[in-house]
Design a protein around this ligand. Sequence first.
Ligand SMILES: Cc1ncc(COP(=O)(O)O)c(C=O)c1O
Length: 411
Amino acid sequence: MRISSKVRELLKEHGRPAREIYFDLENGVWVPREVVEAMLPFFNERGYGHPSVTHKPGWEALEEVYLAKELVAETIGAVDPDDISFTHSGTEANNLAILGFTAKKDNRRRGGKIVLSAIEHLSVIFPAEHASELFGLRVQRVPVDEYGFVDPELFKYYVDKDTVLVSIQLVNHEIGAVQKLKEIIDVAKSINPNVVFHTDAADAYGWIPIDVERLGVDMLTISSHKVHGPRGVGALYVRNGVLLEPPLKGQLSVEKLWPGVENVPLIAGFRKAVEISFKDFENRVSYVKALRDKLMNGIVSTVPEVLVNGPLNELRAANNVNVSFLRVEGEALTVELSLHGIYASSGSACSSRILEPSHVLLAIGRKHEEAHGSILFKLSKHHGESDIDYTLETIPKAVERLRAISSWKSD
Ligand SMILES: Cc1ncc(COP(=O)(O)O)c(C=O)c1O
């Protein structure tokens, strides 16, 4: 049977729940109508030309790309819009940072070292390992504590005169740990002023204020779908003076670091999503934080045998709830919740089709079975109090049902 037919069968059996709440904002996104409407003209009304070609539809496209670059630059405190390069995803932006930096001969020497945290996204870890194979660089991963924090005191033992590149994310995508990034960057630069510092800020952008000048960061990744923009657009900030070699080869257009024509409709959608996110930044963040606390505290107080993954204080991202339900298989719980119209992800959201437990949860000391029972809920301003109430009514029953049929018994 073809996969499409199998999935159709599955969807038929599943049916459409009376109420639907989408919490899997780590993996996919529901795009608001005003963002979709901002994209539509660029398919066939205006700006559908190639942004590097000299005619009206081309200039309209170029204008849109630059309006987006200017806005993204402004929202991260970058002085020059040309320091922003659009890619077709956050994954590509991370690859551009790591492989683009190490592919440039002057940026590396044999025996040189790349330092990462143990909980980076796979789109940072894999390119770093690839750079190591290609160029003979060493990769070291700094451990994190039980909440996911890199200790600046420990980090200083990882940076030395051989370190050429450090990549440590600002906010962890699974457990919401907000790193003390300024402190970490200051430590790196005080030990070796030539170190180039990259941060994957995909999960921070739109949730905590970012100022590349204040942080002193050299490269920074963002991804459109993390702010309710369309999937398929990302951006990399590269500080003037940091030189990269485009890791992909092909025809260059506006972007000088990433070949291929810019996807103008998606860039227009990203710009709209950024505009909306930053319009009411503080109110939105505090609104979502209150929902987060209600959901997290509600789960802990109504479901026995749970562990909250990640920080419990102000250094937790406002939109992140990650809980391990002991004696429950996370995948089974996502299916059970889906039948009630609650869509969340299990284990590592980005790798939930891989049956390995999340490397992030293992790095904070969770056992395999604890990591397997984890569920990630990502919240946004599109959720309301009643969504949380309904979720809190549903989860205890779903967990109880799965535990009743589980072969895992409590200790
Ligand atoms: C922290 C982090 N970095 C990078 C990415 C990759 O971004 P994209 O999905 O745009 O490729 C993700 C994915 O969600 C992420 O969570």
